[in-house]
Design a protein. Structure first.
Length: 202
């Protein structure tokens, strides 16, 4: 029971810090902002995190964990055909866009503040982005192994390019004053580019 309360309070601090860091930025945020937003005293805050930097790092790790969950909800080998892979791409894209649509503050942290923080946090972001590349590469490697994707390209480089498209599309949708239309365009374009470029021609 006590452990559950501690976890709930830690999550409350992380949730409050997400909104503060996203609106004020890492460098302009102070511990007092987070404590006030979460209605938790300074002394209690330091019982969970030693500084602004440590809670921000925990927040970044928490967000990336959620993104990884979205990308790995499907197994690499679930698709056995090109058409199944097409649907898999759309499912993954839908889940990823929904995550950021419901919590647009996540994008501010992932794409901007985690890099602006510099130091170990920026290094952490680099490491996680590489982990996300490895996940996407796993889907491509499966496609090559199953024979519906060509085997004459570097899957790691292709995975990095695909992720860059995905993340740029998320930023574009969140900036748009017509996000539904913008998302529909990206949703059609990304699978088309991937499949037309990488698939075996029949």
């Amino acid at each position: 029971m006590r452990s559950s309360r501690l976890q709930a309070r830690r999550l409350k601090l992380l949730t409050a810090s997400l909104k503060i860091f996203a609106s004020k930025g890492f460098h302009q945020t102070v511990v007092g902002d987070i404590a006030e937003a979460s209605k938790i005293g300074h002394a209690t805050f330091y019982g969970y995190f030693s500084s602004k930097t440590t809670i921000f790092q925990a927040l970044v790790e928490h967000i990336y964990s959620r993104i990884l969950d979205v990308l790995t909800e499907d197994s690499f080998d679930r698709s056995q055909t090109l058409e199944e892979y097409r649907h898999q791409l759309r499912r993954i894209g839908d889940r990823l866009f929904e995550l950021f649509r419901l919590e647009p503050e996540l994008a501010q942290i992932v794409f901007y503040e985690s890099w602006a923080a510099g130091g170990e946090i920026a290094k952490l972001s680099e490491q996680v982005f590489e982990a996300l590349v490895s996940v996407t590469q796993g889907y491509l490697d499966n496609g090559v192994a199953q024979g519906y994707l060509k085997g004459d390209f570097d899957t790691k480089t292709a995975a990095r390019a695909i992720n860059m498209m995905l993340f740029e599309s998320i930023k574009s949708v969140l900036r748009s004053d017509k996000p539904e239309i913008e998302y529909a365009s990206w949703k059609k374009l990304i699978p088309l580019m991937i499949i037309e470029g990488l698939a075996h021609k029949t």
